[in-house]
Each structure stands twice: as C-alpha cells, then as structure tokens.
Design a protein around this ligand. Sequence first.
Ligand code: ZN
Length: 491
Amino acid sequence: MENKLFLYNTLSRKKEEFQPINPNHVGLYVCGPTVYGDPHLGHTRPAITFDILFRYLKHSGFKVRYVRNITDVGHLESDGDVGEDKIAKKARLEELEPMEVVQYYTDRYHSYMDELNVLKPSIEPRASGHIIEQLQIVEDILEKGLAYESNGSVYFDVEKYNKDHNYGALSGRNIDDLLSTTRELDGQTEKRNSFDFALWKKAAPEHIMRWPSRFSDGFPGWHLECSAMSAKYLGTEFDIHGGGMDLLFPHHECEIAQSTVCNGHTPARYWMHNNMITIDGQKMGKSLGNFITLEQMFSGEHEKLEQAYSPMTVRFFIMQAHYRSTLDFSNEALQASQKGMERLLEAYGNMDKLTASDASSFNVQEISDKCYNALNDDLNTPILIAHLFDAVKNINSMLAGSATLIDADLETLKQLMNNMVVDILGLTVDTNGNSSGNDELLSETINLLLNLRIDAKANKDWTTADKIRNELQALGVTIKDTKEGFEWSVK
Ligand code: ZN
C-alpha cells in the first residue's frame, strides 16, 4: 500500500505530500490557548485536530517534537494593539496576581485536555518565560530596518516589508488595497499606519505585566512569542505550524513576516488551520460570549444543553467532521455522536469473542487500506470513521455467525481496530468496551430502583412508586411499563 500523507497547506492553498525536513523527525508547532478563562468547546477543536496529527505521525514511525505554547502575556483585547491585556484584566477584576490567573486556567486547561485524552505536547513553553528571546527578535528586525521606535514602543513596518515581500501570503489579504483605504481613518498616532503591529509595547502606568528593555518598561507584542518559541525549540525552519483559522490573520501572517525578516524565509513549510465550531451559525468564542465551557458540556448545566456529554462523546463529535469544515453545535449531532461511538466501542469490546474460521468472507485488507487512505488524505477522520463502521458491521456479522475470517485476517482486523480506535482516534476504552466504566453499574442501579417500584406498586404504596418514576425521569431516564415489568432508556 502506498503510504503517503497529504496535508492541505494553507500557504500554498493545496494539498501537498508531507515530506519532513529531516526524514525521521517532525517539528510541529501549534498555537495554544490564552489562559484567562475556563476552557470551552471552541478550545477542543485545535487540541483534538493536532492531537490526531501528532498521534498519526507517531504511529507512522516519526519522532515528533510537538510544541504547543501557553499565551500568558501580550494578548490584548483587540488585534489593533489597543485595549487591556486579557490576563491582566482578569487579574484586576478578580484581585489576583496575573500569574495566579495563568496558573489556575493552565491547570484547568490541562485537566480538561486529560479528560479528552489529548496527549501532552513535548514542550509547552510560556510567552512570559521567553522575554529575552522576543527582545532579540525586536533588535534583529530593527537592525534590518523593518521596524521603528515610537514613544517607547516598537512597531513592525508593514508597508516597507510589503515592498519586497507579500504581507498577505498566508491569509490572501491584499494589503495594498487596505493600506490606501485605512490610512486616513487611522487615529493611532504612534503607528505610521494602522496595519503596523506591535513588537514591543510601552506599558501604561497601571499595566502590571512589564519587563525592562532599552525602549521602555513594557511587554512583547502577541505575535512575537510564537516566532521566538518555535525558533528556539524547533529551529528557524520546521515542518508544520498549526492553529485555529481565527489565528490566520493577523497572528500567523505577522509570525511569517517577523521570521522572514530575521531568517529570510517562512518559519514552517506546512501551515494547517482547523475551522471553527459554530453555535446558531456564529463562531463560538469567549470574545463573543456564546461559548459553552467544558465543565458545562460534561455536566449538562447550560441552557443550550439537553443533557451532559462525556469527554469521549465530545471528542468523537469533533472527529466526525473534517477539521477544515465548520462544525455546528447541536444536541442532535452530539446525541448521534454518542450513539455512534457506543456502537463502535461495543464492537471493539466484542472482538475478543471472535474466533477464526477456515475461510474469510470479507476483505480486511481492503478496509485497512481505506482507513489509512482516509487519514493520508489530509486527516479525513469522517471518512475514516465511516470505514470503521464497515468494520463494525462485519464484526457484528461475525458475532451473529453470518461472516467469517481466517486466523491471520482476524489478527489484522484486531490490529487495525486497535490502531485506529485507540492509538489514532484516541478513544479511551475500558475492558468492557464501554466508554465509561460505570455504564454497567448504572444500568443495574436503575433496574434495582425500578424493581423496588414494582414492589411498591404491589403494596399499593403509590407515593414511593411515583417518586421513583418521577425522579428517574428528571434524571433523563425514560420508563415504559410493560406486561413483563418495565423497559427503560436513557436519552
Ligand atoms: Zn501563535
């Protein structure tokens, strides 16, 4: 089987065969969260998308150095280099040290990533720990004449850069047009034009997070941290740079401009961007105030949620869409994901019961090829999952005695399911094949309560009988009385 991985490169706007700079090692940099609020559903998509890439590259035999940063300074409320630092604002409102805010939300982020079975990156550097490296880049860009000092701040000269380079290479924006239309509207006197972005900002007196520099006591511009930390840990040219599509402009465009001035080329060969999660057709995000936190997702406590969804259901829901498509939040879609995942994991758990036969009635190698082809086609997880459901159908047929496999094919099937379900899709499976080890216990507890209700009814204790029924219904258990006793289901 040909095993060539093709990835969509945002920079070239086409799918390209992935060829790492070093044949055995891959350098992967992904922009991580700004830690000033509780992790929400919007955070799960880049985390899971690049987790699958990380897992698949490792599965394919590469040594991967995966760097995912924590933004703990310099991310202002507006992309126009104005407004308060997001973390400093949270600290001011809650009367905390900014680093307390950072620590608290970083810990929260980590624990939710663990629940979602997102593997830890190889290195997780923080912007505030790399101020010296960032200042070195400021000096380098100034020396090359592509930045200017203004009132203690340093700005990147976009117009000058754009004379010899294409500021807009990644995002496709035409800066010439934008420059001519925005110049007169620009009220920010510090900048030569509104498109220039801050490399270093002089801190206002009330600004808490500040470091000394020869320009001023201040702090680095947000885009600088990723240039500094990717170069430090992966070199000035590495393989893949990833992040959410909302970071394409200005963040990644600015990173490219900074690195191009310093090193003469873009920092990464392949640029990958996951699309957004939408809610009621709008991007879900903290800044828009229409987000659902992971705590709410897992507990069901949010007006948009009809029930709680397990971390694995959320993970499966994310993977059921291609990462470059938008994904709209809905209870129906999540409930369908939950059912689908349970069906997949049940079949996975039942594989131990399968026995070999003296003939194979279906082609396992073909299913395996289709699964790998889907992954190699720009990580097409929805197609991969569709092929896994073909495998599920065959496993169920084998259990019912209507399909067979010889020993070698059965081993191939087991290996394939293990590779895809556990190693690459990263679904956690307990020994019963359930996504939650408590399923069986829960089921027996409900049976116990409903049997008590039958006893209560037999004793004409209607109060107890109704109480059991009503309280179970309030928990989302649908109960049907039958001739034999009862049937129940959970929404
Ligand atoms: Zn970044």
